[in-house]
Design a protein around this ligand. Structure first.
Ligand SMILES: C[S@@+](CC[C@H](N)C(=O)[O-])C[C@H]1O[C@@H](n2cnc3c(N)ncnc32)[C@H](O)[C@@H]1O
Ligand code: SF4
Ligand code: SF4
Length: 481
């Protein structure tokens, strides 16, 4: 922070914050710093007073001496409030989130090892009417050669970062298991050569899992995300084969076997919600109790408003209510020190706990890049083979740093004027680029169609965070790394 020329006396006011209550206590979510501050007694009185007026330090001290407080206590509380950035001063310029350092080190590549799929899920952004990818004329399967060039690019671009990550994606990823397997072996040996720690993950529709693949995933400690939308009836509304047959019957036994056999890394379910599939409690119950997942994450389908499966405002509100019921159950578990599998809550609590103040909504183009079957580098896996978000080629010059820089400078929170007065911006930062492109035709647009939802969700998670911090604070230690 830089001091402003002291021509006027220094005064204080309450910093920009979102107030909430939890476990009978008052909290502030401090927008500039992303910190959560519990207010009690004098600190609450000072913050409340400085919401309505701006006073100098001496004026504050005089005011609270008049209310019977000791000067030393007032001074100490003011120092604490200043340190927590709960107070803003006319002598301190607000800090704008900084642009990332040049050539931000890469942490993760997402390899779209195929653009083919054996399913035809109605909502799929890769094949539906909303698709932005143009894979015509591109190879259907990534070759070993291209995959290995992508790994070399990751190692080079990760610069001094020790931990790196490769995610295998598709189309249906396991349609190209041979290249996935050889790439894992190659990446492990390359990472070892340069002293980096490498991890892998896979997203799959589970239809092609067999003993050989599961054995490999387990041996190489590959984290797995399985896409499934609930029980047979719900899953089969959208997740169907090309002939319209539902996929549940094929995947359920394979998933059970995967969960039983592969114990060396996390295996989570990923549910895509639509207007027809939105019974969050029923889906969660089935996936945890019947199939045995211990973590389940939900994501509303990205779709233009005229698609039948698009979730309208009313249904999104209902989904928020169902999320809330499951989130309070998470709270109950946490207070008793027990794990709960609703990962949307744990993901948000982790962000709140670490005090993120995002300059970008996600790592796309920053620590993460997507790679298409042909080796084209893109903003993320949702943009591979799309004319939007192109950032070079793994075998032809690697990352195009000019394109990457240009993207980052035009998508920074500072450039999203609609978000500048929103208290949720440290965690949202405008929302998903792909969602924005589908809704507004512009990756740089803020996703204003779901602001109320985002603020509602974050307010709920703040309350849950506050309750856990009062009733079982040690539970939050798991979010510290
Ligand atoms: C595109 S698939 C690729 C990997 C693999 N075929 C699978 O289904 O897991 C990855 C994930 O994107 C989700 N997905 C597809 N279309 C979506 C959309 N329009 N909005 C949100 N998620 C979507 C899928 O449900 C799946 O969980
Ligand atoms: S299985 Fe995955 S890639 Fe294939 S259609 Fe379904 S969501 Fe899309
Ligand atoms: S998109 Fe909406 S909720 Fe998100 S930061 Fe911008 S204004 Fe806030």
């Amino acid at each position: 922070m830089s001091a402003v020329a002291e021509v006027t006396p220094q005064t204080y006011r309450s910093a920009e914050a979102h107030a909430f209550q939890a476990a009978g206590a008052d909290f502030l979510y401090l927008v500039p710093s992303g910190a959560i501050f519990r207010m009690e007694g004098l600190s609450k009185e000072i913050v409340d007073l400085l919401r309505a007026t701006e006073l100098s330090r001496d004026e504050i001290i005089d005011c609270f001496k008049g209310r019977g407080y000791l000067p030393g206590d007032i001074e100490g509380t003011l120092d604490d409030l200043e340190q927590a950035e709960a107070l803003a001063s006319n002598h301190v310029k607000p800090v704008k989130p900084a642009l990332p350092i040049q050539n931000f080190p890469l942490q993760r590549v997402v390899l779209n090892v195929t653009n083919q799929c054996n399913l035809a899920c109605t909502y799929c952004y890769e094949y539906s009417d909303d698709k932005i990818t143009k894979p015509d004329g591109k190879p259907k399967y990534m070759t070993r050669d291209v995959a290995e060039a992508a790994i070399e690019m990751l190692i080079l671009e990760s610069s001094s970062r020790k931990g790196i990550h490769v995610t295998f994606f598709g189309g249906e990823t396991l349609l190209n298991f041979p290249v996935m397997r050889s790439t894992v072996e190659f990446a492990i040996s390359k990472a070892a050569e340069v002293g980096k720690e490498i991890e892998f993950s896979l997203t799959t529709n589970a239809t092609l899992l067999n003993d050989e693949i599961v054995g490999f995933l387990s041996e190489k400690r590959i984290g797995v995300t399985v896409s499934i939308d609930g029980d047979r009836e719900l899953n089969d509304k959208m997740r169907v084969f090309h002939d319209g047959r539902g996929s549940y019957e094929v995947i359920a036994p394979k998933i059970k076997k995967l969960l039983k056999t592969h114990r060396s890394n996390s295996i989570g379910a990923r549910v895509t919600l639509t207007s027809q599939v939105s019974d969050v409690r029923r889906i969660y119950q089935h996936l945890t109790t019947e199939l045995g997942f211990d973590s389940v994450g939900f994501s509303p389908a990205t779709a233009s408003p005229d698609r039948l499966y698009h979730i309208g405002t009313q249904k999104m509100d209902n989904i928020l209510d169902s999320f809330a019921a499951l989130a309070w159950e998470y709270r109950d578990h946490a207070v008793e020190g027990r794990q709960h599998g609703f990962t949307n809550v744990s993901d948000t609590l982790k962000e709140l706990h670490s005090g993120v103040s995002k300059a970008y909504p996600c790592g796309a183009g920053l620590g993460l890049l997507g790679v298409s079957t042909a080796g084209d580098i893109s903003l993320c896996h949702r943009f591979v083979d799309s004319p939007v978000g192109k950032m070079g080629h793994v075998k032809d010059g690697g990352v195009n740093h000019d394109a990457r820089r240009e993207f980052l400078s035009t998508h920074h929170i500072g450039a999203r004027y609609d978000c500048h007065t929103c208290w949720a911006r440290p965690v949202c930062s405008g929302g998903c680029y792909h969602e924005a492109f589908i809704h507004y035709g512009d990756t740089a647009a803020a996703n204003l169609h779901y602001c109320d939802w985002i603020r509602g969700w974050n307010d709920l998670c703040l309350q849950i965070y506050g309750e856990i911090s009062v009733r079982n604070p040690s539970f939050l230690d798991r979010f510290s790394d």
